[in-house]
Design a binder for this molecule. Structure first.
Ligand SMILES: NC(=O)c1ccc[n+]([C@@H]2O[C@H](COP(=O)([O-])OP(=O)(O)OC[C@H]3O[C@@H](n4cnc5c(N)ncnc54)[C@H](O)[C@@H]3O)[C@@H](O)[C@H]2O)c1
Length: 406
């Protein structure tokens, strides 16, 4: 669904992985005359050429992006791909340099890319509520500009970190949920305002607005993901109260019945879902919901695996580049200390390989390396329990790289 524009190429003798070896990964065949539609012959080298834009942002953003780039560079050399990286500014650093949280040059580079990897934006320096613009404006704008209407957030517990979670091991063990949060509509983008009333009070309003097609496209995307997973989709709404939720309920029921009859589909009210996530998280597979409900539920769910430092996310549109990022912020309290956990960003890079470049094997190899590093007992400061020693940002990435190289 999300194929890179830069494309595959067969070349002779460029020192990358020979085509026959690449085929073992991609096609599980000893040799073929055409690979992904590209004519090739023995001795050729198959390379995926992809343009990746890096947006390090603020705080620990540059520290974790540097490590994710190292991982992508190893993937490129191991699997014979060519990733062309370029770095651009967003957030607070962009406000300092240009007065804009998302300069036009950054938008243009993102548009011309195959995928975007973002660190984080924001920090106390830019927190003035009266400022003309704020770092977060850069994030909202890039999502709008690129039509990134779906935010995917996998919530997976790692066996090795079960005891780091505030919840009991027996409740969270085996949790593997993929959230689809609608990202460009609803309460955060509907008409809003503040007015003065004659009696001296103020009246404020925000409006949840959705159209049929906005609901259709995200429900379809979530359903396609469910088909590749455990064939179960849960739609979360507040249809007992909100008109916009009643539209969600009608539209998703129709799409599921007409287009995805084999998927086990259910609906849950958002207030119940908030409880179920803490009492029976393993009963969910793919969950789809509106912008604000998704915002709150995914933050709640992010507590299940135990640390913010482990969770990646992806924002996708129906075409064009996807945007990948860790869910944590710029962590100004630890910025510059070399102790930030880079694993969420490395896992976001794995999502980028899977969803934007179609490189499933490569994505899985990164995820497996992260798991092995945790299984071997290596931890960053945010993951250790009392008395355990921890590794810094660079050192834990070194272990991931070693594990990938084997
Ligand atoms: N997508 C984004 O860019 C994004 C998301 C959330 C917050 N923010 C911004 O980040 C700034 C800080 O926000 P916050 O403190 O509420 O949230 P935060 O996620 O930055 O930090 C919360 C806590 O988690 C820790 N933490 C976060 N990521 C970590 C990592 N990779 N390794 C180790 N520890 C980590 C921090 O040290 C902090 O104690 C604010 O300006 C906020 O607006 C940005």
């Amino acid at each position: 669904m999300f194929n890179p524009r830069s494309g595959w190429r067969a070349e002779s003798g460029n020192g990358c992985v020979p085509i026959s070896e690449v085929l073992r990964y991609h096609l599980a065949k000893p040799f073929a005359k055409r690979v992904r539609g590209i004519p090739c012959k023995p001795g050729d080298y198959l390379t995926l050429q992809a343009k990746i834009v890096l947006l390090p942002g603020d705080g620990i953003g540059p520290e974790v992006i540097r490590q994710a780039r190292r991982v992508l560079e190893v993937v490129a050399s191991q699997f014979g791909h060519t990733f062309e990286f370029s770095e651009h500014i967003i957030g607070g650093i962009a406000i300092d340099q240009t007065g804009e949280a998302l300069p036009d040059a950054t938008t243009a580079a993102c548009r011309a890319s195959d995928a975007i990897l973002l660190g984080a934006v924001g920090g106390p320096k830019w927190d003035d509520p009266n400022a003309k613009t704020r770092p977060e404006a850069g994030l909202l704008k890039i999502r709008k500009e690129l039509g990134l209407f779906a935010n995917l957030r996998p919530i997976v517990t790692f066996e090795e970190l079960l005891d780091s979670s505030p919840l009991k091991r027996e409740i969270i063990e085996g949790t593997d949920i993929l959230f689809f949060r609608e990202l460009t509509g609803g309460l955060y983008f509907g008409p809003s305002g503040l007015e003065e009333l004659p009696d001296g009070q103020q009246r404020a309003f925000s409006t949840a607005v959705y159209t049929t097609s906005e609901v259709e496209r995200i429900v379809r995307m979530a359903a396609h993901a469910a088909l590749k997973r455990r064939n179960k989709l849960t739609m979360v709404d507040k249809a007992n109260v909100l008109e916009a939720s009643r539209l969600w309920r009608r539209v998703s029921a129709r799409i599921m019945q007409e287009e995805f009859p084999t998927i086990s589909y259910d609906v849950v009210l958002v207030d119940s879902m908030a409880m179920h996530l803490l009492s029976r998280p393993t009963s969910f597979d793919v969950v789809v919901t509106s912008n604000m409900f998704g915002d709150i539920l995914t933050d709640e769910a992010s507590m299940l695996p135990g640390s913010l430092g482990m969770l990646p996310s992806a924002s996708l549109g129906s075409s064009g580049p996807g945007l990948y990022e860790p869910i944590h912020g710029s962590a100004p309290d630890i910025a510059g200390k070399g102790i930030a956990n880079p694993l969420a960003t490395i896992l976001a890079a794995a999502m980028l390989l899977r969803h934007s470049l179609g490189l499933e094997k490569e994505a899985a190899s990164v995820e497996a390396a992260v798991k092995r590093v945790l299984a071997a007992g290596y931890r960053t400061a945010d993951l250790v329990r009392r008395g355990e020693s921890s590794l810094g940002t660079l050192a834990i990435t070194d272990h991931v790289l070693q594990s990938m190289i084997g």
